[in-house]
Design a protein around this ligand. Structure first.
Ligand code: IPE
Ligand code: IPE
Ligand code: MG
Length: 251
């Protein structure tokens, strides 16, 4: 049973509200996205300092292609410039970078930058930062299912599939499931983020827009998490018994 009094090992965030942050200031939506990159820098540093092991940020969903083409192009350019500018600093700070999502939809330059950034930072151990780009929880479940079906077709053997065996084929198989999910911007929905992996994740919503997110907001989310009781289907009494058992064992 994960310990909620501790720092969550894995935090997953939907960074929402960039557009409204900008509109509120009579700025173009793009200004909100640019400011959002600064907030990313801040949250990565804050998580590394707090001892969070995995931070996953939803940067572009498989549904975000539906936005006006100028906004989509701007977001892609921002992704390129962030990859070009931030990776050296991340590497110096011991951060391992991973990108999950259907990268085949991106141009060769982005794919190459992603590959190189992942390779360069692969051995870092302080914090694993995952950027979800052209990611969708349904896409992830489908691509895992396809891999299993292809394997069965190739070997001619349909092996029994259990949860653990299935999860091995998900895009983030290298990480534990998120302990804490944060969504900024006031909406209380999952928007096709990590559907499979968030079955038992603690959810935290804040009205604050993403560009205003800082170490203090992160601290409040972690504090809220530390007051939750994660039962995973059990009763409170069972958890109390278990904790007592653990205490007795450690005496
Ligand atoms: C989140 O901010 C960034 C992305 C989805 C890329 P939004 O752009 O969704 O901002 P709002 O929700 O319109 O304010
Ligand atoms: C979710 O935000 C995706 C990202 C933050 C990348 P959206 O702003 O796209 O979500 P909806 O459309 O309001 O659900
Ligand atoms: Mg939004």
């Amino acid at each position: 049973m994960p310990d909620t009094t501790a720092i969550p090992r894995h935090i997953a965030i939907i960074m929402d509200g960039n557009g409204r942050w900008a509109t509120q200031r009579r700025l173009p939506r793009a200004a909100g996205h640019t400011k959002g990159v600064d907030a990313v820098r801040g949250v990565v540093e804050a998580c590394a300092k707090q001892g969070v092991e995995y931070l996953t940020l939803f940067a572009f969903s498989s549904e975000n292609w539906r936005r006006p083409s100028e906004e989509v192009s701007f977001l892609l350019r921002l992704f390129v410039s962030a990859l070009e500018r931030e990776v050296a600093r991340m590497h110096a700070n011991g951060i391992r970078l991973r990108v999950v999502g259907d990268l085949s939809m991106f141009n060769a330059r982005i794919q190459d930058l992603v590959r190189r950034a992942e390779q360069k930072t692969a051995q870092n151990t302080r914090l694993t930062l995952t950027i979800a780009a052209n990611y969708g929880g349904r896409w992830d479940i489908l691509q895992a299912t396809r891999k299993l079906a292809e394997r069965a077709a190739a070997t001619g053997v349909a092996e029994p599939i259990d949860e653990a065996g299935f999860a091995e084929h998900l895009a983030m198989a290298y990480a534990p499931e998120p302990d804490l999910f944060i969504r900024t911007g006031g909406e209380q929905r999952i928007s096709n983020f990590l559907l499979w992996q968030m079955a038992y994740t603690e959810l935290y919503f804040t009205d604050q827009y993403w560009p205003d997110f800082d170490a203090a907001t992160l601290g409040r989310a972690i504090e809220s998490f530390q007051h939750r009781e994660r039962r995973f289907g059990r009763t409170s009494a069972q958890l109390a018994d278990q904790a007592q058992g653990a205490d007795t064992l450690s005496c």
